[in-house]
Write a protein that binds this ligand. Structure first.
Ligand code: NCD
Length: 295
């Protein structure tokens, strides 16, 4: 099936598309292991336009581009370094860059910016995070990790925390899985999940998460708190430690970066999946670039 843009994780609710992307990511991973990666994107140019900070997303997209034989043009700190400073609109920026590149990876603090970009772009737009709204490529790597490590998406008990209110990664993943137990998620997100048939429970400490199949833990999203004091008062209130995981089977996922929601002692626990999860970002982003450029 054709994929023109990836704007929202809900596109990944299509089983045909999801299976194809997960299978292709697995193929990319095997090729990386055997050192035999077909250069299917030779001659293509990928533009990474980042108007918000990033480590994993931008660098794994750039690595994915290079591994498939394409070239990267990129803009980091777009809010300060691009003509946005002079007052250029997002739409004009996208129209210009779509004349230079074959695909645009866009991260922006404004919700809905990926949709706006897709309306004016002549090349595929991949949403690499639009404010507190969506982060579908993180969802794809989360799903790839769950498929590999747990083997199924069915009947999973997933705990999400610590900041479902401001987190685009939790919103994006929960909307696809829509079967989860879970600062409080917005009423809007809870009702969207319930309307899809998910059984949702709220918890105010870490213990229910420790008995889930997966505990998807994240940092408090300081940059999206309206009141910085609320952020300071809440951080470090709940911290996952290695001791809490003794005799527990729960897998710990985290989109990263971590700040103080999880001690580094957890890293050595067999329950910790987050570094593997971040590595999987490379394979799914290779699969995605291959897909949109061959659609
Ligand atoms: C996430 C994001 O940008 O939303 N980071 C990432 O892409 N892995 C999570 C976060 O910043 O907390």
């Amino acid at each position: 099936m054709k994929l023109s843009h990836l704007l929202s994780s809900e596109q990944l609710s299509n089983p045909e598309l999801l299976d194809e992307l997960l299978e292709s990511a697995s193929f990319m991973e095997q090729n990386e292991k055997t050192g035999n990666q077909p250069q299917t994107l030779t001659g293509k140019i990928i533009a990474c336009l980042f108007f918000e900070s990033s480590t994993r997303t931008r660098l794994s997209f750039e690595a994915a581009t290079l591994k498939l034989g394409a070239k990267v043009i990129d803009m980091q700190s777009g809010m300060e370094s691009s003509s946005t400073v002079k007052g250029e609109s997002l739409e004009d920026t996208i129209k210009i860059v779509s004349g230079y590149a074959d695909c645009i990876i866009l991260r922006h603090p404004g919700e809905g910016t990926a949709e706006r970009a897709a309306k004016v772009s002549s090349v595929p737009i991949i949403n690499a995070g639009d404010g507190g709204n969506q982060h579908p490529t993180q969802t794809l790597l989360d799903l790839y990790t769950i498929k590999k490590e747990v083997g199924t998406f069915e009947n999973l008990h997933i705990a999400f925390g610590l900041d479902p209110k401001h987190s685009r990664t939790i919103k994006s993943l929960a909307l696809v899985l829509s079967k989860y137990k879970g600062l409080r998620a917005s009423k809007d997100l809870l009702s969207q999940l319930e309307s899809k048939g998910a059984k949702v429970e709220e918890a105010f400490d870490l213990s229910p998460g420790l008995d889930a199949h997966i505990f998807y833990i994240n940092r408090l999203q300081g940059e999206r708190f309206e009141n910085p004091k609320e952020f300071e008062n809440n951080r470090k209130k709940l911290v996952l430690t290695a001791d809490m995981l003794k005799n527990k089977k729960v897998r710990i996922m985290n989109p990263l970066p971590r700040i103080d929601e999880m001690e580094t002692s957890v890293d050595d626990s067999p329950n910790a999946l987050y570094f593997k999860q971040a590595k999987n970002g490379l394979y799914v982003r290779m699969a995605l670039l291959h897909k949109v450029l061959n659609s």
